[in-house]
Design a protein around this ligand. Structure first.
Ligand SMILES: NC(=O)c1ccc[n+]([C@@H]2O[C@H](COP(=O)([O-])OP(=O)(O)OC[C@H]3O[C@@H](n4cnc5c(N)ncnc54)[C@H](O)[C@@H]3O)[C@@H](O)[C@H]2O)c1
Length: 269
C-alpha cells in the first residue's frame, strides 16, 4: 500500500465496469492504494477475475452484479452498500455502451436506449452516491466521457455522442451544485483505448487504426492502464480543489487541430 499524497486507506470506492478494460484497471489501482473497492458489472466472471487479482495483491474488493442502465438497481445497490461497506467516498462511473447507426435511419428507441445507459443510469448512481457524500460532507465522483463528449466523430456515432455530450453537462451541473457540500464531480475524456470492440473494428478494417493514430500526437492508442493515475488522483484528497474538470486522456488528440500535423518533418503525418 502507498501512503502519502495518494493514500486511499479507509475510503470506499465504487467502480462500474470493473470486469474489464478501464473499469478493471481503475479497480486494481484504487485497491492498490488502499481503498476498499465495490466492483459493479453485469459480467460476473470478469469481476471474479478482477477480485482475485486484487486479493492476490493484498487488497479488498466486493463484487455486485449490476446493470448500469437500471435506476431501480442503483437504489438497491446503495441500500446494499449502506448495510455492508457502510460508506461511499468515490464513485467511478465507467461502464457504458453506445451503438453505431446512420442518423437517417437509427430509431428514436435506439437513441433512448443509449441515453438510458450512458446518462440516466449513470445519473442514478451519481444521485445515490451524491446524497450520501453530501450527508458526510465529502466525496468524489468521476464520469467517463469521450472525445465524443466535445467533438463529432461521424461514422454513425450520433447516439453515443448525444449521450456523451450529456455526460459532461451532468458533470458540470453536479460539480456546480455539490462543490459547496464537499463533493467533487469530474470527467475523464478518453480517446481510443484498446478494448474488444476496437479490436473487432480494426480486424474488420485495418485502416481504422491508422485513422485513429493520425489524430493522436503521442503516436499510440490508449491502454486501459492509462486511466489508473487519474482515478487514484481524483479519488484522493490531493485533488480536493479540482471539480468540474473535463480531463482529456488522449495522447494529445483534443489539443491538435484536425488539419494539424504530428511531426515537424512530415507535414502530412
Ligand atoms: N475504449 C475506448 O476507446 C473509449 C473511449 C472513450 C470512452 N470510452 C468509454 O469508457 C467506458 C469503458 O470503456 P472500456 O474500453 O473500458 O470498455 P470495455 O468494453 O473494456 O469494458 C466495459 C465494461 O463495462 C461492462 N458493461 C457494459 N455495459 C454494462 C451494463 N449495462 N451494466 C453493467 N456493466 C456493463 C462490461 O461488461 C465491461 O466489463 C465506456 O463507457 C466507453 O464508452 C471508451
Amino acid at each position: 500500500m502507498t501512503a502519502g499524497l495518494f493514500d486511499l486507506r479507509g475510503k470506499v470506492a465504487v467502480v462500474s465496469g470493473a470486469a474489464s478494460g478501464m473499469g478493471r484497471a481503475s479497480a486494481l489501482a484504487l485497491a492498490a492504494h488502499g481503498a476498499t473497492v465495490v466492483m459493479l458489472d453485469r459480467d460476473v466472471e470478469g469481476m471474479a477475475r478482477t477480485g482475485a487479482a486484487i486479493a492476490a495483491a493484498g487488497g479488498v474488493a466486493h463484487a455486485r452484479e449490476h446493470d448500469v442502465s437500471s435506476v431501480a438497481a442503483a437504489e438497491a445497490l446503495f441500500a446494499w452498500i449502506d448495510a455492508g461497506p457502510g460508506r461511499v467516498d468515490f464513485l467511478a462511473n465507467i461502464a457504458g455502451e453506445g451503438t453505431l447507426g446512420d442518423p437517417r435511419t437509427i430509431s428514436p428507441a435506439e437513441i433512448r436506449r443509449v441515453l438510458e445507459n450512458l446518462v440516466v443510469g449513470r445519473f442514478a448512481l451519481c444521485q445515490e452516491a451524491g446524497k450520501r457524500m453530501l450527508a458526510a460532507g465529502r466525496g468524489s465522483i468521476v464520469n467517463t466521457g469521450s472525445l465524443a463528449s466535445v467533438t463529432g466523430l461521424g461514422r454513425g456515432h450520433i447516439a453515443y455522442s448525444m449521450a456523451m455530450g450529456a455526460v459532461v453537462q451532468m458533470t458540470r451541473e453536479l460539480s456546480t451544485e455539490w462543490a459547496g457540500g464537499g463533493v467533487r464531480v469530474n470527467a475523464i475524456l478518453p480517446a481510443q483505448v484498446m478494448n474488444p470492440s476496437l479490436e473487432k473494428r480494426i480486424a474488420a478494417d485495418p485502416r481504422m487504426e491508422r485513422k485513429w493514430l493520425s489524430g493522436i500526437p503521442a503516436g499510440r492508442l490508449g491502454r486501459p492502464e492509462d486511466i489508473q493515475g487519474l482515478v487514484v488522483f481524483l479519488a484522493s484528497d490531493s485533488s480536493s480543489w479540482i471539480t468540474g474538470a473535463l480531463i482529456p486522456m488522449d495522447g494529445g488528440n483534443l489539443a491538435m487541430n484536425a488539419g494539424g500535423s504530428r511531426g515537424f518533418a512530415d507535414p502530412l503525418s
